[in-house]
Design a binder for this molecule. Structure first.
Ligand SMILES: Cc1cc2nc3c(=O)[nH]c(=O)nc-3n(C[C@H](O)[C@H](O)[C@H](O)COP(=O)(O)OP(=O)(O)OC[C@H]3O[C@@H](n4cnc5c(N)ncnc54)[C@H](O)[C@@H]3O)c2cc1C
Length: 326
């Protein structure tokens, strides 16, 4: 694999569909965020042939700096972490990264797996799914540059830097109300904007918000004011102008489970991919790691750990029976 930039990998020559030069690789990893890169690194270090597909649109591609990932005293921009991961992986000739969208996956442990991307088919003896989630941030005009700079969702990630500041929590559920009250421990300047036609905050949480002195505004965002990624106000449809230093969006996220469902992988009642403690899914030979696997604990540390765990389990799966103790 040749060294390459974080989002625009220099791609190796691609075989045509049906071309047998590719043969079958040990593992295809779908997703090149912290989970997928960690899985690929571990697999490469097990001397496995690993192919990573990544379109670079996930949670680790916004503007945030991670201050809670060990070993970076000044924090590390998440895109830099991805770049470092790619550079680390580039040392291993049996690992390659393609900037392709995987649109289809099928197969089983007996026959092997096939993934399709951009008109090509690729075969693998095992799969690691690390496709992450899609966040439902408020989509006002020009929203994306604010993500990770002044628009957040996670207290563990960005609460500390925003202590004492004016925070607008956006969401219409008890989860949003809970976030507002937790942020209240870091600042007394918190408001909640429902940003929804309906309001699902329960009477119990309404009482708690009132007791904490957190105003609830029933209105929707029309536009935002700010510059260089720093929000200064949102203007609502009813004409309110709410000044703020930071926005915490609690509007949910959708796990990217399309490939898992094509493979027949069991999902948990939450809609996330069900895995065991070794990141095994319900389909032998298919592993899942990172934000895709649980409703909570969406953290880089967890993603890196789960990627490593998935790779170790896949490596064990790939060993011939005579090398296994069980
Ligand atoms: C604003 C913000 C701030 C955050 N701050 C922190 C923080 O301070 N500390 C912290 O620990 N965590 C933080 N997080 C959370 C952290 O970024 C995620 O937990 C982490 O990125 C999850 O890693 P992942 O590999 O599971 O998913 P992702 O990073 O989302 O990566 C998934 C990758 O899969 C690719 N992909 C998906 N589907 C396909 C497909 N079909 N074909 C090819 N590629 C595909 C995507 O393009 C993407 O690159 C933050 C998140 C956000 C949004």
């Amino acid at each position: 694999m040749r060294p390459e930039g974080p989002e625009e990998p220099e791609e190796p020559e691609e075989p045509e569909e049906g071309d047998t030069r590719m043969g079958i690789v040990d593992t295809v990893v779908v997703g090149g965020g912290p989970a997928g890169l960690s899985a690929a690194l571990y697999l490469a270090r097990y001397n496995r042939e690993v192919l990573v597909f990544d379109t670079g649109h996930g949670r680790s591609t916004h503007h945030q700096t991670n201050h809670n990932y060990l070993g970076f005293p000044d924090g590390v921009p998440t895109v830099d972490l991805r770049k470092l991961g790619r550079e680390q992986l580039a040392r291993y000739p049996r690992a390659r990264v393609l900037g392709h969208l995987v649109t289809h996956a099928e197969g089983d442990a007996g026959q092997g797996f096939t993934v399709r991307s951009q008109g090509h088919s690729w075969r693998a003896r095992s799969l690691v799914l690390a496709t992450g989630v899609l966040d439902h941030f408020p989509h006002f005009a020009g929203w994306e540059p604010y993500v990770g700079r002044s628009m957040f969702w996670c207290i563990a990630c960005d609460g500390y830097e925003n202590r004492g500041r004016s925070i607008l929590v956006v969401g219409h559920t008890d989860a949003a109300a809970g976030e507002a009250m937790q942020l209240h421990s870091l600042t007394d300047r918190v408001r909640l904007l429902t940003n929804s036609a309906s309001d699902e905050i329960s009477p119990k949480f309404r009482r708690r918000l009132a007791a904490a002195g957190i105003p609830v505004v029933h209105d929707r965002i029309a536009e935002a004011e700010g510059a260089d990624g720093m929000l200064s106000a949102v203007v609502t449809r009813e004409g309110r102008r709410l000044e703020l230093d930071a926005l915490f969006s609690i509007q949910g996220a959708t796990p990217e489970t399309a490939l898992a469902r094509q493979l027949g992988v069991r999902l948990a009642p939450t809609g996330y991919v069900a895995v065991d403690s070794e990141q095994r899914t319900s389909v032998p030979g298919v592993y899942a790691a990172g934000d895709l696997t649980a409703l909570h604990s969406h953290q880089v540390t967890a993603a890196v750990h789960e990627g490593a765990q998935a790779a170790s389990a896949a490596n064990y799966f790939l060993h011939p029976p005579e090398l296994k103790a069980d």
